[in-house]
Design a protein around this ligand. Structure first.
Ligand SMILES: CC(C)(COP(=O)(O)OP(=O)(O)OC[C@H]1O[C@@H](n2cnc3c(N)ncnc32)[C@H](O)[C@@H]1OP(=O)(O)O)[C@@H](O)C(=O)NCCC(=O)NCCS
Length: 266
């Protein structure tokens, strides 16, 4: 059984030492802002590929469309930096269940990434170690959290949630901690919503580790007054295949090592 905690570095994009950090840590989580003037959209679209521009055109809500265009530009900037190619040349591929990745064959790279957004906040998890997944939510009151929990979480998670709330923890905070863990796992696996039932029924790939991030560094123009975000990152590393364990064991694993760093060198 491998209980090595995930080694996660959290930074705000742009960051001058991204490549160094990704080489040193299991996962780097990059926060970026999706806030932008409408005038920023056209330059972003000029960098996106034809599929992305087509998707942008389908959005009826201008703010959602703008966040998509800016988010894809930021993602391409990060990946382009790590691959040493221009953002517009990053070959993005969308898998069967919607997981974006680097197109195989066109880039001989072990680089994996995952994307999550919440309002004006974008998180991108980057790793050379394995398939990665990230999720972020703004902690907010959830009226029927128990009903949602019954639908998406297995018995072990539901019992753990119940225990934490009974011990006085804020129900919304506990709910979103478990929610983000689940979403990060599903994104690392790549199944998206199609994997919810299997996960709830206890299916768990070998080598999957999760780190909860109760704080992430925020870009200056992402609202932070009275706002709390919960995030999680998951990493699936083949070398831990011998360490198969249940989801119950995973949730009791050692806490992650998290390095918040905004320094331009590391
Ligand atoms: C689609 C899904 C990825 C959720 O997305 P969301 O929470 O609405 O939005 P997020 O911002 O967190 O993530 C969206 C990003 O995930 C990525 N994504 C989409 N499908 C994915 C998949 N199958 N695997 C990995 N990543 C995926 C994309 O990059 C997407 O951003 P983009 O469209 O701008 O490229 C999926 O996990 C889902 O719908 N889950 C169901 C909800 C649920 O029941 N969860 C149970 C928790 S235990």
């Amino acid at each position: 059984m491998n209980e090595t905690p995930l080694d996660v570095a959290c930074v705000v994009w742009p960051h001058g030492a991204l490549a160094t950090l990704v080489a040193r840590h299991d996962v780097v989580v990059c926060s970026a802002s999706l806030a932008a003037e409408e005038s920023a959209v056209a330059p972003a679209l000029a960098v996106l590929d034809a599929n992305e521009r087509e998707r942008f055109e389908r959005y009826e809500n201008a703010a959602v469309a703008r966040r998509f265009a800016v988010g894809r530009l930021r993602l391409r900037e990060m990946l382009g930096t790590l691959l040493a190619i221009p953002p517009g040349a990053v070959p993005l591929y969308i898998g069967l269940h919607g997981k974006p990745s680097l197109a195989r064959g066109s880039q001989p790279s072990r680089l994996r990434f995952s994307v999550a957004h919440c309002e004006e906040l974008l998180l991108v998890a980057l790793s050379h170690s394995g398939e990665v997944g990230v999720d972020v939510e703004r902690i907010r009151p959830i009226e029927r959290w128990a009903r949602v929990a019954d639908r998406v979480f297995g018995a072990t998670d539901r019992a753990a949630i119940g225990r934490e709330i009974a011990s006085g923890e804020d129900p919304s905070t506990v709910f979103f901690r478990f929610w983000c863990r689940g979403e990060a796992e599903l994104k690392a696996i790549g199944s998206g919503i199609a994997g919810v039932t299997a996960r709830r029924d206890g299916w768990h790939p070998t080598g999957l580790r999760v780190a909860e991030l109760s704080t992430v560094p925020l870009p200056d123009d992402v609202p932070s007054d009275g706002v709390r975000y919960q995030a999680a990152v998951a990493l699936c590393t083949p070398r831990e295949a011998s360490g198969s364990r249940s989801s119950a064991e995973t949730s009791q694993a050692s806490p992650p090592r998290i390095t918040p760093t905004n320094a331009s060198t590391a």
